[in-house]
Design a protein around this ligand. Structure first.
Ligand code: NAD
Ligand code: UDP
Length: 335
């Protein structure tokens, strides 16, 4: 059975569906700090069966042990974590505690129970401000904020765990910019407060919840001056996790693998794609750059193709259509 930490969250919930579709049995472990039971109910509706669920915190070794006592866990897909860059600068200790200490607790309990396979949600943020693009997995790593350092530290911790006991199987998937939603329009990204990320903000603007989009800078060294990113459909990402689990036994080394589309789109290109998908106009303002933002970031996807046999299927138009279906059917998210 696969333990999915953070399985009630945005990427986790989509991955639960792909894992079940691929024939994996799963149990979700989540403290619902940034998700809702409603999301799990909707996943159950999509897959047509009940999902084993344990409510608990990854920092709590007793909570975790109870999962290993109840279920025969063979591997872990580890999404649980706090993910807001800005917030991580305001409350860094909570981020280190939740994300880094939480992962340490998880690995300890895994080791104690002889479960040594983990697929971890890392991020393209570990490349800092890359000197060139597309970004390859062996580029230098750095971080400019506590969230990024969480990811860097966890990657290093997982490498140390593997060094101490090479029977561990570790895959660190470095996501570029997850976007999109399940085709049903019943599950999707549901930010609690004002969205930090571009697509949820645009979607909320289109549905009338936000007045206008602030574009953070149009003076970058990019074709139209706005930031360029590699948006990857969440269903493609989910499929990447299935491929990673399918292949994890083949690897002797710790694997760090980019999950991106390989294409870069500017903020203006995303706005236009969303306007086309939704038929709504997105009012915007150009404002100052957001501190810590970089000009351009997109993945070299050759390694993922080679190693996992995975590549993105869905393009930016499909991402916008799916986000719009989710947002227009659920203007208030899961509430
Ligand atoms: P999310 O907030 O929707 O999901 C995370 C889930 O983990 C939530 O359900 C939350 O309740 C749960 N959680 C948090 N702390 C926990 C704890 N201590 N114990 C148990 N459960 C806990 O976020 P997401 O977008 O689905 O991201 C999943 C993972 O992917 C995170 O590790 C995130 O850092 C990483 N990631 C996300 C992005 C992105 O843009 N969404 C990009 C790169 C990497
Ligand atoms: N962005 C923006 N306005 C927003 C949110 C994001 O102009 O309200 C820009 C941001 O500067 C970046 C791109 O959109 O160039 C993607 O930002 P996001 O926060 O989604 O991802 P990240 O910066 O983490 O790659």
């Amino acid at each position: 059975m696969v333990l999915v930490t953070g399985g009630a969250g945005y990427i986790g919930s989509h991955t639960c569906i792909s894992l079940i579709d691929a024939g994996y049995e799963i149990v979700v472990f989540d403290n619902f700090s940034n998700s809702s039971h409603e999301g799990i109910k909707r996943v159950e509706k999509i897959v047509g069966k009940k999902i084993a669920l344990v409510e608990g915190d990854i920092r709590n070794r007793k909570d975790l042990q109870s999962v290993f006592d109840t279920y025969n866990i063979d591997s872990v897909v580890h999404f649980a974590g706090l993910k807001a860059v800005g917030e991580s600068m305001q409350i860094p200790l909570q981020y280190y505690d939740n994300n880094v200490c939480g992962t340490v607790a998880l690995c300890e309990v895994m080791q104690k129970n002889g479960c040594k396979k983990i697929v971890f949600s890392s991020s393209a943020t570990v490349y800092g401000d890359p000197e060139t693009v597309p970004i390859k997995e062996d580029f230098p790593l750095s971080a400019t904020n506590p969230y990024g350092r969480n990811k860097l530290f966890i990657e290093k911790i997982l490498r140390d765990v593997h060094r101490s006991d090479p029977t561990w199987k570790v895959i660190m998937l470095r996501y570029f910019n997850p976007a999109g939603a399940h085709i049903s329009g019943t599950i999707g990204e549901d930010p609690d407060n004002i969205p930090n990320n571009l697509l949820p903000f645009i979607a909320q603007t289109a549905v009338g919840k936000r007045e206008m989009l602030n574009i953070f800078g149009n003076d970058y060294d990019t074709p139209d001056g706005t930031g360029v990113r590699d948006y990857i459909h969440v269903v493609d990402l989910a499929d990447g996790h299935v491929k990673a689990l399918d292949k994890i036994d083949n690897f002797k080394e710790v694997m760090a693998i980019n999950l991106g589309s390989g294409d870069g789109y500017s903020v203006f290109e995303i706005i236009h794609a969303f306007e086309k998908a939704s038929g709504k106009q997105i009012p915007y303002n150009i404002v100052a750059r957001r501190s810590g933002d970089i000009a351009t970031c997109y993945a070299d996807t050759a390694y993922a193709e080679d190693i996992l046999g995975w590549s993105a299927k869905y393009n930016i138009d499909k991402m916008c259509e799916d986000v719009w279906r989710w947002q227009s059917k659920n203007p208030d998210g899961y509430n």
